[in-house]
Design a protein around this ligand. Structure first.
Ligand code: PGA
Length: 225
């Protein structure tokens, strides 16, 4: 695993193209299973996808995570973000979230459709992937977790006040993510550079959950300033 640096625009375009190809290839074959992330990082990928002529009718999506306690009408819920930012404007087969009803079955739901073909990932400033915070074991599955102070602070920029940020979330586990056939990890911004380098070139440790990706056979890592 190594870090490739390029502009945010180019990285987003490249990943959107990977998705475009897989989605269109699936039209006459197996479903394409796409794992999606929220937050600032994937925004441009979704803008690119919206501008492309893609047939998503055989694409099934699984989002990485969702806050506990925010329903899909809440502007900061990840369901709301994805519906508004991508799903409404394309013809997906189905879109799944680890919500309060489904999260106990989420790993089986993914396995039952053959596993995730492409998983998009961001990285937190504390090294988390999805909401797998430092200390998360390698064998973790989809579950409810407590968010760390660091994550609550980082995500407070999307809310009116830090007190409104949920303190828990449902998240795919490290094991869930590691079963994906291909993973694209994107870090955008200088504030992510140091933790990205630790994740990619440092010790593999639960203290930097993204470091487990070093053990993945097909993970590409992108950095843009
Ligand atoms: P961001 O979040 O894309 O909003 O920076 C990434 C993450 O915390 O995983």
């Amino acid at each position: 695993m190594r870090i490739r640096s390029n502009t945010y625009q180019k990285v987003s375009h490249q990943i959107a193209n990977y998705i475009h190809k897989k989605a269109n290839d699936s039209i006459n074959g197996e479903h394409f299973i796409l794992g999606l992330a929220t937050g600032s990082t994937p925004h441009q990928i979704y803008e690119e996808l919206k501008s492309m002529d893609i047939d998503f009718s055989r694409t099934i999506t699984f989002n990485l995570d969702e806050y506990v306690g925010l329903n899909e009408n809440h502007p900061q819920s990840y369901k709301y973000f994805m519906n508004k930012g991508l799903f409404k404007s394309q013809n997906f087969h189905s879109n799944n979230f680890p919500d309060e009803k489904l999260y106990p079955y989420y790993d089986s739901m993914i396995d039952n459709v053959g596993g995730i073909d492409i998983q998009i990932l961001g990285i937190g400033t504390n090294g988390h992937i999805a909401f797998n915070e430092p200390g998360t074991p390698r064998d973790s599955k989809t579950r409810i977790v407590d968010l760390t102070e660091n994550t609550i602070k980082d995500n407070s920029r999307f809310f009116d006040s830090i007190d409104e940020v949920p303190t828990q979330a449902m998240t795919m586990g490290i094991n869930t993510i590691m079963k994906s056939k291909a993973i694209y990890l994107i870090a955008q911004g200088k504030h992510k550079k140091e933790i990205l380098e630790r994740a990619v070139y440092g010790e593999i440790t639960p203290e930097v959950p993204a470091s487990f990706l070093q053990e993945h056979p097909n993970c590409e890592v992108f950095y843009s300033d």
